[in-house]
Design a protein around this ligand. Structure first.
Ligand code: GLP
Length: 240
C-alpha cells in the first residue's frame, strides 16, 4: 500500500483527484468505480472543475458505483443515484447511459444483484476504484461479518452504519435498513484502488485497516492484499 499523507481534506481531495486525472489523460475510456459519502465530495468538485476548464473529458468514461440503498429511487434526495447525479454526473460531459448504479427499487433484489454483478464483469475490469471508509471499517456496504462476501449482494446495514448515515436524513428512521453492494471480490479485482480517509473520527479504524489483522470483522483490512492501493488520508485520519 502506498500512503499519501495530506495536511487536510482539501489537499486529500486534490491529490486523489490527480490520480483520476492522470488515468483519464492516459485512458479516456477508463472504467471508474465510484463511491458516495461526505469524504469524496471534494474530489468530485476537483474533477468537475477540471472538466469545466477543458482539461478533462468524460465523453468516453464509464462509471460503476459501489452501492445503493434498497427501497429508495433516483428521485429521492438520499439515494446514491441522486448523490452521483448531483455531485458529479450532471456537471461533467459524461453520457448518462454510461453511469451505472444498482437499482434500489428493483422488484427482485437478488436478480438485481446478479444483473449488477454481470454488468461489472461485462465492463471488462475497473481501472480505478474509489473507496471511502465507514466508521466500522466497511468498504462499499461490506459490513463487518464472519466472512468476506465476494460478489454483489444485498446486505442488512449495521446499526452503527444507520447511525453514521442518519446525518444525511431528516430522521434516523428514514435511513434504509438494506442496501445492495459490490462484494469484496468485485472491489479487489479493480486494477487500482484509491482509498480516501479524512478526520480524527476515522483514525482508529484507519489504523486497523492499514496495520491490523486482515479480517472480515474489519472489511477494509482486505485491501492490504491488493497490489495497487493508494491511501490518500489527511493528518487527522492518520494520527488521530
Ligand atoms: C457510506 C458508503 C460508503 C462510504 C461511507 C463513508 O456508508 N456506503 O461507501 O465509504 O459511507 O462515508 P463518509 O465519507 O460520509 O464518512
Amino acid at each position: 500500500m502506498k500512503i499519501i499523507r495530506t495536511k487536510n481534506s482539501d489537499e486529500m481531495s486534490r491529490k486523489a483527484a490527480n490520480i483520476f486525472f492522470s488515468k483519464l489523460i492516459s485512458k479516456p475510456s477508463a472504467v471508474l468505480g465510484l463511491a458516495t459519502g461526505g469524504t469524496v465530495v471534494g474530489l468530485y468538485k476537483n474533477l468537475i472543475e477540471s472538466c469545466k476548464n477543458g482539461d478533462l473529458d468524460f465523453s468516453e468514461v464509464k462509471t460503476v458505483n459501489l452501492d445503493e440503498y434498497v427501497g429508495i429511487g433516483s428521485e429521492n434526495g438520499q439515494s446514491y443515484r441522486y448523490y452521483m447525479d448531483n455531485n458529479l454526473f450532471n456537471q461533467v460531459n459524461i453520457k448518462r447511459e454510461n453511469t451505472y448504479l444498482p437499482n434500489g427499487l428493483a422488484g427482485d433484489i437478488s436478480a438485481e444483484c446478479a444483473r449488477y454483478n454481470e454488468l461489472i464483469e461485462s465492463l471488462g475490469g475497473i481501472d480505478i476504484q474509489l473507496l471511502g471508509l465507514g466508521l466500522n471499517g466497511h468498504i462499499g456496504f461490506n459490513e463487518p461479518a464472519d466472512a468476506f462476501a465476494s460478489v454483489v449482494h444485498a446486505v442488512d446495514l449495521d446499526e452503527s452504519t444507520i447511525e453514521a448515515n442518519a446525518r444525511f436524513f431528516a430522521d434516523k428512521n428514514d435511513v434504509p435498513k438494506k442496501a445492495i453492494t459490490m462484494g469484496i471480490q468485485n472491489i479487489m479485482r479493480a486494477k487500482k484502488i484509491v482509498l480516501c480517509v479524512s478526520g480524527k473520527q476515522k483514525s482508529k479504524i484507519l489504523n486497523e485497516v492499514l496495520f491490523g489483522d486482515i479480517t472480515p470483522r474489519v472489511p477494509g483490512s482486505v485491501l492490504q492484499l491488493h497490489r495497487n492501493v493508494i491511501v490518500v488520508a489527511d493528518e487527522d485520519a492518520l494520527e488521530g
